[in-house]
Ligand binder design. Structure first.
Ligand SMILES: Nc1ncnc2c1ncn2[C@@H]1O[C@H](COP(=O)(O)OP(=O)(O)O)[C@@H](O)[C@H]1O
Ligand SMILES: [Mg+2]
Length: 222
């Protein structure tokens, strides 16, 4: 379960990026996060991924309060939360295989398990045959699927995506969203920040709307 309780986030020398944001998501829920550029979407996701800490308030993921999580538990938390970015963030000089393997290498998984898990992740995104390619040999849609394979390879229960289709055309965007629905179908909790309102409307999932750092709408609150 994900819970925000009166969360504020202020960056130095800026106004508030998030102001008094509260909501809950159940395990296995899939939701979209929309709002204008600068509304606070990326900030909200970064708080969940522990790339930032809130200025005030509580962010709770699976019972862990991230505001006070001891440093030593950060790597464990990061493995529970897969993150996907608009610009893919792949290592350009490494193969698809190595890019996807990275979280498992960092986690110190035995070599023999890494190959099996990486291929399972590549299979899920339909890229099993491209494991030796480097990212520059792939299309944008394929590069994003590598990013997704990397995000799911450690089998995190929570997936966060920050404008994952921002650089993709509508057909490829739909394919990426359909891929997310498959993870949703097997119980993964997903929160996807996106500008793509036509896709959001066509998919009937809970939708949060941020405006100037405030949560102004929740289509499916509990
Ligand atoms: N690292 C940062 N340092 C300072 N200000 C930031 C930083 N990241 C975001 N902001 C500011 O916080 C606000 C929310 O930004 P962001 O979360 O990126 O919104 P969105 O993802 O919805 O475009 C904006 O005013 C932005 O300029
Ligand atoms: Mg953003």
């Amino acid at each position: 379960m994900i819970r925000f309780e009166h969360v504020f986030k202020r960056y130095p020398e800026r106004g508030e990026a998030l102001s008094d944001v509260s909501f809950e998501m159940n395990v296995g829920e899939m939701a979209f996060l929309t709002g204008h550029s600068g509304a606070g979407k990326s900030t909200l996701l970064r708080l969940l991924g522990l790339l930032e800490r809130p200025t005030r308030g509580q962010v709770v993921v699976h019972g862990r309060n991230l505001a006070s999580l001891p440093r030593g538990q950060i790597p464990f938390h990061r493995r529970q939360v897969g993150m996907i970015f608009q610009d893919y963030r792949l290592l350009p000089d490494r193969s698809v295989f190595d890019n996807v393997a990275l979280p498992l290498v960092v986690a110190g998984l035995p070599h023999k398990d890494i190959g099996r898990r990486v291929r399972a992740a590549l299979d899920q995104v339909g890229l099993l045959k491209r494991e030796r390619a480097t990212p520059s040999a792939l299309s944008g849609g394929e590069q994003q699927r590598v990013g997704i394979a990397r995000a799911v390879v450690a089998r995190p229960p929570v997936l966060l995506a920050d404008e994952p289709t921002g650089n993709l055309d509508p057909d490829l965007s739909r394919e990426i969203f359909e891929l997310f629905e498959r993870f949703h179908a097997v119980g993964v909790t997903l929160l996807i920040a996106t500008h793509d309102l036509s896709l959001v409307r066509s998919m009937s999932h809970r939708t949060f709307t941020l405006h100037d750092g405030r949560l102004v709408k929740d289509s499916g609150g509990h």
